[in-house]
Design a protein around this ligand. Structure first.
Ligand code: PHE
Length: 341
């Protein structure tokens, strides 16, 4: 009985080590262990030598062994159906078709860089919906119905609901933040915006902006300028010059547009700067008191600044991409030229 036990243990180990790699090998295994003259049969034959009082135990042991032998066969039975017979004429050593690795989209890389620069000086990221209502996109931002400034941005309206628009600027997220949080507020709002423009090299019906908003006691235009100086130096380098031009936005007063010295020609004049030496990168200003009042923020206590810039524009300046359409054509020949910043 003891020797039978040892024999079975040994055979079980042998079975465990079997890894058939083909239908042929599986068949060899089957014949050896499960065939009519196989090991399982043979070992069952030894039952007759087992003393009567041990027969029950021995029977259980043998059945367990048989099951293990059969389980192995079942496990590899699929080999019988596989076409991968040993000599199937397929050269398995041939190198496979390489799968091209993707890369980050240039706009996303630049957006990430812009966000991380501004995060370093305390701005945190806020997001909002791309389908906006009139209040958040226009009215709350000091652009009531029929205000002529609404014409500055050609708007897509949602057909099912005349109150809904595809947001025309990231300033709509400003409104949502002011609605939800009390000052001090220091956020940046990256996201996609939409305008009803004819698609060309210089205009697209959607693009990306990053909005900045800072509201606290005693925030001044000087704070706005310092923030933007810092941003420009980090983004375009120490020697980049900056200038502000007075401008108009309904939600800021005073308002300005900011230019940087052309990064391609350094100011001597080229196609990117249209021979002016300067390229415009953003709009900004001090948050209009009406906007603060719309969100129950007292303009006599709090002041704030806001700025909004286009990610495509910054990317274009950084990489000299002169056709906006390239960003959304998914052409890998274009996309794979961009290495992580
Ligand atoms: N929302 C403006 C635009 O899209 C940019 C802007 C943002 C201007 C914040 C001033 C302040 O053109």
């Amino acid at each position: 009985m003891q020797s039978l036990k040892e024999k079975i243990e040994q055979l079980k180990q042998e079975i465990a080590a079997v890894v058939p790699a083909s239908a042929d090998e599986l068949e060899q295994y089957r014949i050896k262990f499960l065939g009519t003259k196989g090991i399982v049969k043979e070992i069952f034959g030894e039952m007759k030598n087992v003393p009567k009082e041990l027969k029950k135990e021995a029977g259980q042991m043998l059945n367990g062994f048989k099951q293990a032998a059969e389980a192995k066969f079942e496990e590899y039975k699929y080999l019988q159906n596989s076409k991968a017979k040993k000599d199937d004429g397929i050269d398995k050593t041939l190198p496979g078709t390489p799968i091209a690795e993707g890369s980050r989209h240039p706009l996303r890389m630049v957006e990430n860089q812009m966000v991380s620069i501004l995060e370093k000086i305390g701005f945190s990221v806020a997001t909002g919906p791309e389908i906006e209502d009139d209040w958040h996109n226009f009215t709350s931002l000091n652009m009531p119905e029929h205000h002529t400034a609404r014409d500055m941005q050609d708007t897509f309206y949602v057909q099912q609901n005349p109150d809904w628009v595809l947001r025309t600027h990231s300033s709509s997220t400003q409104s949502r933040v002011m609605e939800q949080t009390k000052p001090p507020i220091r956020v940046i709002c990256p996201g996609r915006v939409y305008r009803n423009e004819t698609i060309s090299a210089r205009a697209h019906c959607f693009f990306h902006q990053i909005e900045g908003l800072y509201i606290d006691k005693n925030v001044s235009f000087a704070d706005l300028k310092q923030t933007l100086y810092y941003f420009v130096k980090e983004m375009f380098g120490e020697h980049t010059k900056v200038r502000f031009r007075p401008s108009y936005f309904p939600f800021t007063e005073p308002s300005a547009e900011m230019d940087i010295s052309c990064t391609v020609c350094g100011g001597s004049g080229c196609a990117l700067c249209k021979k002016t030496g300067w390229v415009e990168i953003l709009g900004c200003g001090m948050v209009h008191p009406n906007v603060l009042r719309n969100f129950d923020i007292d303009p006599d206590v709090y002041t704030g600044f806001a700025f909004g810039m286009g990610v495509e524009r910054i990317t274009q300046i950084k990489y000299q991409v002169n056709d906006l359409r390239l960003y959304s054509q998914n052409d890998v020949r274009f996309l794979k030229q961009f290495q992580p910043l």
